[in-house]
Design a protein around this ligand. Structure first.
Ligand code: NAD
Ligand code: DAU
Length: 368
């Protein structure tokens, strides 16, 4: 099986590719524009892997995408490419609409043309290439908006009510994917997942930002009162869930994915400080009240959703998926990963990871 993964140089896409290639479960074509969030150094060792190909292509570029589909003839698409950071979407929403909405529409168009041209005669498996094809859209729980403290967790039938420009752009992309299924019959599956954490996450997001700031003895900026609740899932558990849905999910179906680990942001940051105190007792925040002394309450994010939570019974019951990591163990493992990979961290923080991109792709024009 050959899978075209978009956004495979990002945090979740790279975890998915590392996992699929480690188990030799599928050949991969990684289509990624390498924005600030795309880092080929998150895919160590894959350059020499014959089951892995990289295409630096922007999903808004129809001609380039058509060429990629023609050249590689994938059996499935797993669409992760997106602008993913809520704070950036508040400062500059345009690129979020451009990539997440328009980019998804262009990808859907090209995938549909390709799918319509596939052989519809059954082969030795009893199914045709056309019947086997899948378009898997990877989305977020943020499309459901702010969940009251006493309300049941989001599930597959929760109405959409996105709050931030990021969430609105992802909601729009989910609607487009459903429309391509209903109108054109494209065989899609959609997943909506909660907050991921784990290795190789860009340190603009809460957990890696806090780990690296704490290790450096810098302030830990908690927005508002820190009482906002998120559900946390280890990125490797998310990757396993995505594989299960791609393989066995109902066509046209949606799956909510979560870690059953609701925590307030303050609980997360305090747990992280305490885990660090055990792992690095002599670090810059290791004395007195430990790393907790570095916590600072700062101005809240505009429109900040108070709570997200996921009811993932559908994927658990129908597809047999369950998270393998507890949040506490996963958090400790993640902190240890950042301690053990100072070079990856340093090259991201200094911007040096862009050098490989410039050296290898300086001749390739990409859209802004
Ligand atoms: P990320 O920001 O780490 O990675 C995004 C990747 O997409 C990068 O490699 C970037 O170069 C690429 N990209 C961006 N614009 C592109 C374009 N126009 N063309 C081609 N490639 C482009 O994001 P992530 O955290 O790995 O999230 C991946 C997907 O999962 C996103 O669709 C996001 O909405 C969704 N998601 C994320 C989380 C989370 O907690 N991080 C949770 C649920 C769903
Ligand atoms: O819920 C899934 C979403 O999780 C994904 O769709 C997004 O792509 C992903 O970025 C993430 O969005 P969040 O906004 O929840 O993640 P972030 O790490 O930016 O923030 C997590 C929480 O921590 C949020 O309530 C804001 C808060 N926060 C964040 C930062 C960066 C702080 O208090 N301080 C910070 O410095």
């Amino acid at each position: 099986m050959k899978i075209l993964v978009t956004g495979g140089a990002g945090f979740i896409g790279s975890a998915l590719i590392r996992q699929l290639r480690a188990g030799q479960r599928a050949e991969i074509v990684n289509v990624d524009a390498l924005t600030y969030a795309g880092n080929p150094e998150s895919l160590p060792g894959l350059d020499d892997d014959p089951g892995y190909r990289f295409e630096r292509v922007d999903i808004r570029d129809r001609d380039a995408l058509e060429r990629v589909f023609r050249d590689h003839r994938p059996d499935a698409v797993m669409h992760l490419a997106a602008e993913s950071h809520v704070d950036r979407s508040i400062l500059g929403p345009g690129v979020f609409v451009d990539t997440n909405v328009v980019g998804t529409q262009v990808l859907l168009d090209v995938a549909r043309d390709f799918w319509e041209g596939l052989d519809d005669r059954p082969d030795s498996s009893g199914l045709s290439a056309r019947e086997r094809f899948r378009f898997h859209h990877i989305s977020t729980d943020e499309v459901f908006g702010d969940l009251p403290l006493d309300a049941p967790a989001f599930n597959e039938s929760t109405p959409y009510a996105p709050s931030s420009p990021y969430a609105a752009s992802k909601a729009a992309s989910d609607h487009l994917v459903r429309a391509w299924h209903r109108t054109y019959g494209l065989p899609v599956v959609i997943t909506n997942c909660s907050n991921n954490y784990g290795p190789y996450q860009f340190p603009e997001k809460l957990i890696p930002l806090m780990i690296l700031n704490a290790l450096a003895g810098k302030p830990l900026p908690v927005y508002g009162d820190g009482g906002q609740i998120r559900d946390w899932l280890h990125v490797d558990d998310h990757a396993e869930a995505l594989w299960a849905v791609l393989q066995r999910g109902e066509i046209g179906g949606t799956y909510a994915i979560g870690g059953d680990a609701e925590r307030t942001n303050l609980q997360v940051v305090e747990a992280l400080c305490d885990a660090l105190a055990a792992l690095r007792p002599n670090g810059p925040g290791g004395g007195g009240n430990g790393y907790r002394d570095l916590i600072r309450f700062v101005t809240d994010r505009p429109g900040h959703d108070r709570r997200y939570a996921i009811d993932s019974r559908r994927i658990q019951h129908e597809l047999g998926w369950r998270p393998a990591h507890s949040f506490e163990a996963g958090l400790r493992e993640t902190i240890q990963w950042y301690i053990d990979h100072p070079e990856w961290v340093q090259r991201v923080q200094s911007g040096a990871y862009r050098e490989w991109i410039e050296a290898n792709y300086a001749d390739r024009e990409l859209r802004d």
